[in-house]
Design a protein around this ligand. Structure first.
Ligand code: SF4
Ligand code: SF4
Length: 357
């Protein structure tokens, strides 16, 4: 039985359902890896935004507003169909806050009906037992919550204190995999809290990862001695999860540039609420082309394009995807930079946002 099945407070029925879903998802993930190694022509992971609005306002965040409407379900289905037709393996729903979307479960159902793996990143505040059951029924496979501190402060309300009751609900009722991401780095007042959060996550039967944030100028900055010790300990706690594929973070922790090939725009896509394709959440505006007009040739060009921001990048999900291709096809092209589309907000440059993706 997977460790994730042994969460606290779950009935025997929930544990069985959880073990079955885990086994199915793991099988599909292995197939996804095999397909990605066999061909470079399809996206492996896509982050899609059904809702830019958020119910929180974290001080460091550049990925939300407090006014925008949900993307209509039919439009979301159309975008998901385009992605499925490209051969996409995994869709992660992100935001803003996806739980604010009134038809989120239908979006998840559509992802599964098209054979793609369904994940979600949420702040967790809108979770309830009823909502968790709906997410189970819709077929959600992964959920990630990023927790910034033990008690809420001016910068972030995403604390262990405010979220612990939701974590207990997930431990008792969720049959999908849950990962808790904590953060370290510049601006984090008490690094010891990352360890407290990671221990609580593992104690509840979840996996645990740690993200490293940049300083306020968006530059890599080595962690101090205490933070480095905590980082290594949290990484060790997370060894049974996907964080074992986060080894590049050891470079980030030491403030070293790292050598890798960012395949965003090709193997990884970020689709904003307007349906435009971007390199990632931190480089919105490139290439800024509507998904329906994004051709295989454009994807292949981005595959071979060297990204100027790669050596100092902390966006962990894109780096995990890149590991499938780092061993092959050196990047020889320069970015085809053009003015961002008129509908786009100002281009977002890499900044002091936690790498919670
Ligand atoms: S970090 Fe997440 S929860 Fe906080 S404002 Fe941004 S989108 Fe909302
Ligand atoms: S910030 Fe990172 S993930 Fe985004 S385009 Fe640059 S290198 Fe790729």
């Amino acid at each position: 039985m997977p460790a994730s099945a042994k969460r606290t407070g779950a009935t025997a029925k929930v544990r069985l359902q959880r073990a079955l879903r885990f086994a199915r998802t793991r099988t599909r993930e292995l197939l996804m890896i095999g397909k990605a190694l066999a061909s470079t022509k399809h996206p492996v992971l896509v982050h899609i935004i059904p809702m830019r609005r958020c119910n929180l306002a974290c001080g460091y965040c550049n990925e939300y507003d407090d006014v925008s409407k949900p993307v209509p379900l039919e439009e979301m289905k159309h975008r998901l169909d385009l992605l499925a037709d490209m051969g996409t393996s995994v869709i992660t729903i992100s935001g803003g806050e996806p739980l604010m979307h009134p038809e989120l479960e239908d979006i998840i159902r559509h992802i599964r009906s098209r054979g793609m793996i369904a994940g979600m990143i949420t702040n967790g505040f809108l979770l309830s037992v009823d909502r968790i059951h709906k997410l189970n029924a819709a077929g959600l496979e992964h959920l990630q919550i990023s927790i910034d501190n033990v008690t809420p402060d001016d910068m972030s309300l995403k604390s262990l204190k405010t979220l612990d009751s939701r974590l207990e609900m997930l431990a008792a009722h969720a049959i999908f995999q849950v990962n808790i991401n904590s953060v370290l780095g510049s601006g984090v007042k008490n690094p010891q809290e990352a360890l407290t959060i990671a221990h609580r996550a593992v104690g509840l039967g979840f996996t645990s990862t740690v993200g490293i944030i940049h300083d306020h100028k968006g530059q890599l900055k080595p962690l101090g001695e205490t933070e480095t010790g905590i980082f290594e300990e949290v990484m060790q706690l997370g060894k049974r999860s996907y964080s074992r594929f986060n080894d590049f973070q050891h470079n980030v922790a030491r403030g070293k540039e790292h050598d890798w090939r960012c395949r965003s725009g090709s193997r990884y896509l970020y689709i904003c609420e307007d349906g435009l394709v971007h390199w990632c959440s931190q480089q919105r505006g490139y290439p800024g082309i509507p998904l329906a007009q994004y051709t295989p040739e454009m994807r292949h060009r981005e595959y071979a394009t060297k990204k100027f921001c790669a050596p100092r990048c902390t966006v962990s999900c894109v780096q995990q995807v890149a590991m499938l291709d780092n061993w092959r096809d050196p990047q020889t092209l320069k970015p085809n930079l053009r003015k961002p589309a008129a509908t786009q907000p100002q281009l977002v440059q890499i900044g002091s946002t936690p790498a919670d993706s």
